[in-house]
Design a protein around this ligand. Structure first.
Ligand SMILES: [Zn+2]
Ligand SMILES: [Zn+2]
Length: 104
């Protein structure tokens, strides 16, 4: 009898050695981390299925803050909005929905 015990499990990766000042508690206990999601079998991570965004997580108070690291060259995703009326994707610069004419 074969039992397939698998699933997706998160795995926290430290991205830098030095701790940072936590913006919440003010102690140098925060680290830049990334939470990747791994496909696991029998609770052993096999391979990553989803790579998380880097965040600063504090060891002491658990506060999560956005990294202000200038070396992170990942461009911020443009804020996409959906029309509240018809649900079509809108460019952030639009003032009216091109499909149904609703004012945003
Ligand atoms: Zn903290
Ligand atoms: Zn619309």
């Amino acid at each position: 009898m074969f039992f397939f015990i698998g699933g997706i499990q998160p795995k926290t990766v430290d991205l830098e050695e030095t701790a940072r000042l936590c913006p919440a508690c003010g102690l140098a206990q925060a680290r830049l981390r990334r939470v990747d999601h791994y496909l696991s079998l029998f609770f052993i991570p096999l391979f990553p299925v989803k790579r998380g965004e880097p965040v600063v997580i504090c060891d002491r108070c658990g506060a999560v803050s956005a990294p202000d690291a200038p070396w992170e060259s990942v461009p911020p995703k443009p804020a996409r909005r959906d029309c509240p009326q018809c649900g079509s994707a809108l460019d952030p610069s639009f003032k009216y929905c091109p499909r149904c004419g609703t004012r945003i």
